[in-house]
Design a protein around this ligand. Structure first.
Ligand code: S3P
Length: 169
């Protein structure tokens, strides 16, 4: 890839419990990229927690806000962005992030996801996780770059992410 086309942002996506936020923090510390957590951006802009947003405007209202946040972040550069688990399930939103960014989908075995979701607090859709994962599988599968996090530490995953990012710089 020529320098002109190199990706401006590194975007970590994937299902709940695949370690997007933790890995993005490690990547930011090691690379100097600016860490952005998409859910935190939405919480700050709406002045409500994720469960409060779902209660107030429903999932569709949350998705609308998520889409706007994707548009804003995709226009920036030098960021490592941890998306919410459902943010790039929409093909158009994925295309928006892939246009100027390197999008990597983190995956994990279902039993690992279940154990990482713990008490599910703060994640309104987590009780339904197994069905949601099945419904979204094809959407995650269409992302070109995938890293399986099962049995890996966040540091190990971050190293793989950084190696891929550097191969595009
Ligand atoms: C969601 C995942 C959450 C958060 C919201 C909806 C989803 O983010 O955006 O609860 O639809 O998968 P994490 O994947 O960071 O838990």
């Amino acid at each position: 890839m020529s320098k002109l086309n190199r990706p401006r942002n590194l975007v970590l996506t994937g299902f709940m419990g695949t370690g997007k936020t933790t890995v993005a923090q490690f990547v930011a510390a090691a690379t100097g990229l600016h860490f952005v957590d998409m859910d935190d951006e939405i919480v700050a802009s709406m002045g409500m927690s994720i469960p409060q947003i779902f209660a107030a405007v429903g999932e569709s209202g949350f998705r609308l806000q998520e889409r706007r946040t994707c548009e804003r972040l995709a226009a920036g550069s030098g960021q490592v962005i941890a998306t919410g688990g459902g943010a790039l399930v929409n093909a158009e939103t994925l295309a928006l992030m892939e246009d100027k960014g390197l999008v990597i989908c983190l995956t994990a075995a279902p039993e690992v996801i279940e154990s990482r979701l713990g008490d599910m607090e703060g994640r309104p859709l987590a009780p339904n996780w197994a069905m949601l994962l099945r419904e979204r599988q094809l959407a995650y599968d269409r992302i070109r770059h995938q890293i399986d996090t099962t049995h890996k530490s966040p540091q190990q995953v971050a190293e793989e992410v950084i190696a891929l990012w550097q191969s595009f710089q």
